[in-house]
Design a protein around this ligand. Structure first.
Ligand SMILES: [Zn+2]
Length: 162
């Protein structure tokens, strides 16, 4: 049985999100993050990735990226949250989504999109609604740049990408 289902999201009110269909323990591998494996050259030449923050593009290694913006990649529906309960993980050309805390049945699955802090950060408002929300989609390690109180929440989940 799948650990997740698709529903209207509480975070992205216009979109969908993924929800836990049963209690999930920390460190559980929930689903694969799949897509098209493309070369760095293809990434550079594609207009699709002109934006400096392509949400679905992952760095796999020095030669290849993974474009997860494909209909068969259900994991692309996971929304960003400042208090994410999942993270991306991977090895070689494989990526997956892992629980970084215990998740209760019915909770929305969320990741940290890992956006860096730069002059464009205000383009991406965060509506996650968590107590820790810094208001924008910026990775945990950079949130102190927006508000000093986030310097307490520094943590490194061993993200292998972005
Ligand atoms: Zn937030």
């Amino acid at each position: 049985m799948k650990l997740y289902g698709i529903k209207k999201s509480n975070i992205d009110r216009k979109g969908r999100g993924l929800y836990a269909t049963k209690d999930i323990k920390e460190n559980t591998r929930i689903m694969d993050y799949v897509g098209k494996i493309i070369t760095k050259k293809q990434t550079e030449e594609s207009e699709k990735f002109d934006n400096s923050k392509p949400i679905y593009l992952f760095n796999l290694n020095s030669r290849y990226d993974l474009d997860g913006d494909v209909s068969w990649n259900t994991a692309r529906l996971i929304n960003h949250s400042c208090s994410n309960n999942c993270d991306y993980n991977g090895t070689g050309l494989k990526l997956w989504v892992i629980a970084i805390k215990d998740i209760k049945k019915g909770e929305e699955l969320t990741c940290d999109y890992g956006f860096g802090y730069d002059e464009n950060y205000k383009q991406f408002r965060c509506k996650c609604g968590s107590k820790n929300c810094c208001g924008y989609i910026v990775r945990a390690e950079s949130r102190w740049r927006i508000n000093k109180r986030f310097s307490m929440s520094l943590k490194n989940n061993g993200r292998a990408n972005k």
